[in-house]
Design a protein. Structure first.
Length: 141
């Protein structure tokens, strides 16, 4: 699936039946603040949300098992990210070139293998963590 570059919509719902978001599918859609992903989606391609600087939150559903590199490159307004049960690992450069000062919560629903997330102090169950392992809610302090 691909989306028109520079589209001015602030929200978008990907239709049910779509299984993959292609490489750079939403690139440069800086007006896009929220996106709804279908339950049929299984993969998100490299640079899918590259330069979507207006994107504030996204939920990666449980059927998604594959995430490309630089998916959230320059998504500086991202405040919340939920990773579904199907996500067991993420590329180390998922958040490359971000000023993720607004990202305050990452919810992991599956059994994520040890992964280093964006810099900062992160807490899980009140304890400081240095990497993200297993399910739980991680809050930036």
């Amino acid at each position: 699936m691909a989306y028109a570059e520079g589209n001015a919509e602030t929200s978008y719902s990907i239709p049910e039946g779509v299984t993959s978001i292609g490489i750079s599918a939403f690139e440069d859609c800086s007006s896009l603040a929220s996106i709804t992903l279908p339950s049929t989606l299984t993969s998100i391609g490299h640079r899918a949300f590259f330069d979507c600087s207006g994107l504030t939150e996204i939920t990666i559903n449980g059927n998604i098992t594959s995430l490309g590199t630089n998916v959230f490159y320059n998504c500086s307004k991202l405040t919340s990210l939920t990773l579904g049960e199907g996500v067991t690992s993420i590329p180390s450069n998922l958040f490359t070139n971000n000023n993720l000062t607004n990202l305050t919560e990452i919810v992991v629903l599956g059994n994520l293998r040890s992964t280093t997330f964006p810099t900062g102090t992160w807490l899980k169950g009140g304890a400081t963590v240095t990497s993200f392992t297993g399910a739980g809610t991680y809050i930036k302090s």
